[in-house]
Design a protein around this ligand. Sequence first.
Ligand code: HEM
Length: 399
Amino acid sequence: MRTTKTVDEADLGDPDLYTTPDRHARWRALAAEDAMVWSDPGSSPAGFWSVFSHRACAAVLAPSAPFTSEYGMMIGFDRDHPDTSGGRMMVVSEQEQHRELRRLVGPLLSRAAARELAERVRTEVSGVLDQALDGEVCDVAAAIGSRIPAAVVCDILGVPAEDQDMLIELTQHAFGGADEQFDGMTPRQAHTEILVYFDELISARRKRSGSDLVSTLVADDRLTTDDVILNCDNVLIGGNETTRHAITGAVHALATVPGLLTGLRDGSADIDTVVEEVLRWTSPAMHVLRVTTGEVTINGRHLPPGTPVVAWLPAANRDPAEFDDPDTFRPGRKPNRHITFGHGVHHCLGSALARIELSVVLRALAERISRVELVKEPAWLRAIVVQGYRELPVRFTGR
Ligand code: HEM
């Protein structure tokens, strides 16, 4: 156990630190030391502590730990600068309100629901592969990674077929991580357009309900229209920002891990085990923040109530104390106790769906592709919430 400042006073909320693969070496060193780093006010108004090891991250997120998400779950929020969605949106709610929202939304994202959505994923994958197999360079991040989760979330929300292409395009733009304008809109404006669309969908479902997420939330009298919008947005963001990078990372692994594609095709690589390794290796959710609700000691350091603490999930997922040879993608890695989906009461509600999306994509690629060639090294997003691909250009060779 150490309390240290290995990263030389760095503000760990600075997105420029994460645009190159060196981030892994830095995180690995901090996890190996079980370091605890303080970042002064800068990216966040009050400053925050960071933990990196698998043990410390799991301890901060444990159900019994004296921490809350209600002030916000990302760098920038704290007790004096709280997220205004706190106590209303699932991921930043606690106790009764959190349990109630999970009870409402859970069935729509369950394993059974995910199995039903698998057919939609298959259709989408097949459509994007038809286009990607034309011999041209394909940017997987834009063409495959972003399309599939957006289509799935449209089905969950109950977006009518005639609006889906528009909403998928808006979603691809809102969460693509690129700064360019699309149809005269910035990504932030595209996200606002989506929220306006949710408002219209809610009015439509109040008149005529179905079995989708919007109808389920609208049927609960305790939720205002704003609460419904916030929780639709939670599923939209949760389902898109992360899964797109895991899917892109799966293709990155197929292009760079020797024998993976043939192993999946001939059955020598178990697909569920490979999916877990894709999740660990890509670890798309970069950090989660909590604020202490009482006195707590973490890594030997005493923290008073109201202290923000950040758990860096990709660091925990490559902690050498938990994973042998952590930077290597091992298709058969077992055990694989990654915390890609977080840990504790906020453990990702869409994890079954994300796993099914990944296994359908891997199976479809193994069936239809004989080779994936990396055209150039991936470009990474300048971001702190997600660890993700800005661009992954590959060339597919069909079978
Ligand atoms: C929560 C990661 C896919 C919906 C979380 C959390 C993480 C996470 C780390 C916990 C946040 C916290 O503790 O503060 C991921 C990753 C995914 C993924 C890495 C893909 C690889 C999805 C999908 C959906 C989804 C597909 C829905 C369509 C949610 C929701 C929560 C959540 C609703 C809030 C749960 C709660 O607060 O109880 N996710 N997620 N996620 N995720 Fe995911």
